[in-house]
Design a protein around this ligand. Sequence first.
Ligand SMILES: Cc1cc2nc3c(=O)[nH]c(=O)nc-3n(C[C@H](O)[C@H](O)[C@H](O)COP(=O)(O)O)c2cc1C
Length: 193
Amino acid sequence: MTRNFLFLLGSSRGDGNTELLARRAAEQLPPGTTRRWLSLAEHPLPDFEDLRHDSDHVRPSEGPAALLLDATLAATDLIIASPLYWYSVSAHTKRYLDHWSGWLRTPGADFRRTMAGRTLWGVTALAHAEEEVAEPLVGTLNHTAAYMGMRFGGVLLGNGSRPGDILADSAAMARAKAFFAQEPPLARFPYED
Ligand SMILES: Cc1cc2nc3c(=O)[nH]c(=O)nc-3n(C[C@H](O)[C@H](O)[C@H](O)COP(=O)(O)O)c2cc1C
């Protein structure tokens, strides 16, 4: 199966450290791999409204929700490239993930069955020197993948505050080169280990 990598950029600024790190990792993808880059800030989703128990969700036919749903369903590999904001994913990213709760109940989308077995990856820049402070973000993405029956490739972390700082994190740049070479396992909740 041809692999389609969808990079979802979750920063609230353009050309930031997270995107630089993700682009460095993407350079290593084999030729012929499809890559698509979408900025969640440039395709703003409305705030998620929880209609799960009130009415049927209607499949969006236009606008950012339709674009992002269709792009997500077409991706074999979904890369959440979100900076660390308050120890977790950015608000743009969180709003996108909240919309999954609607898409799970959208007739015709078959969202869970389509996403099961596909791979979720994370790429994150953070200003803090100690990477373990990103554990809430890593847990969010791992547990999301486990809930969806997806594989989880882990989170590529790099250090930086101002745009471009991350290029000086040579360990992160080296990790980026090997990041997508892994064969990720199915994600598991911690209590399943
Ligand atoms: C709203 C906001 C919250 C942030 N929260 C954290 C944080 O919790 N921990 C941290 O290490 N850095 C934090 N930062 C710093 C960013 O993670 C850092 O500047 C990163 O390089 C931004 O990525 P970007 O360049 O891709 O936008 C925060 C920055 C912003 C704007």
